[in-house]
Ligand binder design. Structure first.
Ligand code: GLC
Ligand code: MG
Length: 563
């Protein structure tokens, strides 16, 4: 086997924070559990399912927005940052939920949407009344270009111009997303104070941190220059991609705002800030800030969602990402979200098991997306049931987000136990067999695999906070080691549906003899994507390192020294 050098990318430190060891679970509240028969999930519904989440073995729950909203973008258009939408409950309900989450030793994170509000927010209502309104400058208003058109060429992420003409005052306002989501002006100190007060309010109420929506959009270049044309654009891509978002995103001033958020969070102790940021590695890493002036704890790493599903691409991506991190920067991994295509739809059922192992054994904080743990696959949304505004505005591109937002099928009863009425989005076609109740007792199910991997992660520091090192391996095999305080785990995953040699013993003994006992050998099979976790590990056949991986097989092996 060809030998290439492997290098230790980052050494982990002991004394990790909860959000470094922990696993985050994203709840999309509209689709988790309905409690009041309106077909839409709510806070009481979430509270009724907390035991499921606690037993799954996650550490923190991130809720997509629950604030009052006209729901043009399903909560990402906030009409009041300080309250709860009646569809979801009220503040009393929220406080109950928070207490119930904490009572189970879990954390609760909210979604903070600072880039834009709803056009129904009282701030915007006031802003649009007159050019002299005290709130005028809380949003981004500009005169038309000399030809009467929009002030610049910026394109909304949801298609069309980023500018909307407003007749009352004869100016355009900026919106990076829907026209009902006007962008807030973070250059205005009063707006800034008001938003900081929002964060303080929720931190005082006891939330454990925030996922910050489209953080890299938060402030625009002074003078709002035209964005450069993207010469690589093709018509199968979204309108947004016609331009390079050079002046509309990732401005230096945005980093200063992130640092301000961090200072506030740190003043509350052990809270976490997760920044939604879609940028290449070098620019993503800058959102950690510096040791002296930190920014967000976790700039979201979307690579697992975007990288082609093969061992070579994943290996390169993982190595590049690890190498891009500042020494103090803790990694994180995401494999699904309310915006991305379902992982099981993308890679298929067999590889969804490998994906689970990958997500939960890489170095860094994993975020699980609700429903991925039972392997919900492609859900075809009939045209008359499409709700996603992005899909409705740019049909035919296959970018619909409804297919990842369908309700959780809890059991085989009517409406899958999600609701007692027809839910706001259809269920997955196979909900009668693919549901939580069916998978819980089935030791072969994906849910059981998730539960066992989460338990394994919790019981092995090597997985939670250990060193990480990629290992040379056969084609189609992705392999790495995790090591902590004398324990050394080898994770090997076959990304193909053919048998592949494990054959990494050479690589291990040749390259790592300073780090590992020279004659490392398998002491224990801790997990397999093919063998149910109920079969105790002692009964799992120990295989030598030159054995084979079955089709779509992933293994977590504990290595030992033999004399
Ligand atoms: C984020 C959210 C997405 C929303 C957009 C605008 O990307 O994840 O759902 O549409 O921001 O707020
Ligand atoms: Mg409801």
């Amino acid at each position: 086997m060809e030998y290439k050098s492997t290098n230790m990318l980052h050494e982990s430190q002991s004394g990790a924070a909860w959000w470094e060891r922990g696993v985050i679970y994203q709840v999309y509240p509209r689709s988790f559990q309905d409690s009041d028969a309106d077909g839409v999930g709510d806070l009481a519904g979430i509270e009724s399912r907390l035991d499921y989440l606690a037993e799954l073995g996650i550490d923190a729950i991130w809720l997509s927005p629950i604030y009052p909203s006209p729901m043009a973008d399903f909560g990402y258009d906030v009409a009041d940052y300080c309250d709860i939408d009646p569809m979801f409950g009220d503040l009393t309900r929220f406080n109950r939920l928070l207490a119930a989450v904490h009572a189970r030793g879990l954390k609760l994170l909210l979604d903070f949407v600072p880039n834009h509000s709803s056009d129904q927010h009282p701030w915007f209502v006031e802003s649009r009344v007159s050019r002299d309104s005290p709130k005028r400058d809380w949003y981004i208003w500009r005169d038309s270009a000399p030809d009467g058109g929009p002030p610049n060429n910026w394109i909304s992420d949801f298609g069309g111009s980023s500018w909307e003409w407003d007749d009352t005052t004869g100016q355009y306002y900026l919106h990076a997303f829907l026209k009902s989501q006007p962008d807030l002006n973070w250059r205005n100190p009063d707006l800034r104070d008001a938003m900081m007060a929002v964060l303080r309010l929720w931190l005082d109420r006891g939330v454990d941190g925030f996922r910050i929506d489209v953080l890299w959009h938060i402030i625009k270049a002074e003078g709002l220059p035209d964005n450069p044309i993207n010469m690589d654009w093709t018509s199968d891509r979204t309108q947004r991609d016609r331009l390079i978002q050079l002046y509309s995103t990732d401005q230096p001033e945005a980093h200063a705002i992130a640092a301000e958020f961090r200072k506030l969070a740190d003043s509350y102790g052990d809270r976490v800030l997760i920044g939604e940021i879609c940028l290449p590695d070098d620019r993503l890493a800058r959102w950690y800030g510096s040791v002296d002036c930190p920014q967000v704890h976790l700039p979201v790493n979307f690579h697992l969602v975007e990288t082609p599903w093969n061992a070579a691409s994943l290996k390169r991506m993982i190595s590049d990402y690890e190498a891009s991190l500042p020494t103090f920067g803790w990694p994180n991994w995401v494999i699904g979200s309310h915006d991305a295509r379902r992982i099981a739809a993308r890679v298929g059922e067999a590889q969804a098991r490998v994906a689970a192992m990958l997500l939960l054994t890489l170095r860094g904080t994993p975020t699980l997306y609700q429903g991925d743990e039972i392997g919900i696959g492609e859900v075809v949304i009939p045209p008359d049931r499409v709700r996603d505004p992005q899909d409705l505005r740019q049909p035919g591109l296959g970018i619909g987000r409804d297919r990842s937002r369908t309700p959780i099928p809890w059991d085989a009863s009517a409406y899958a136990g999600f609701s007692t009425v027809d839910p706001w989005l259809p269920l997955n076609d196979d909900w009668r067999v693919r549901n939580v109740a069916a998978q819980l007792p089935d030791s072969n199910s994906l849910l059981s695999l998730y539960r066992s991997l989460l338990a394994l992660r919790r019981s092995h520091d090597a997985l939670a906070i250990g060193d990480f090192m990629l290992i040379d391996s056969a084609d189609d095999v992705l392999a790495y080691m995790r090591r902590y305080a004398g324990e050394c785990l080898l994770i090997a995953m076959n990304l193909s549906d053919k048998t592949r040699p494990l054959s990494i013993s050479q690589s291990i003994s040749q390259s790592l003899f300073q780090l590992l006992p020279t004659d490392a050998c398998v002491a224990e099979v801790l997990a397999s994507t093919l063998i149910p976790p109920t079969i105790s590990s002692s009964k799992l056949a120990l295989r030598p390192l030159d054995a084979a991986l079955g089709p779509n097989e992933g293994l977590v092996l504990r290595l030992k020294e033999i004399r």
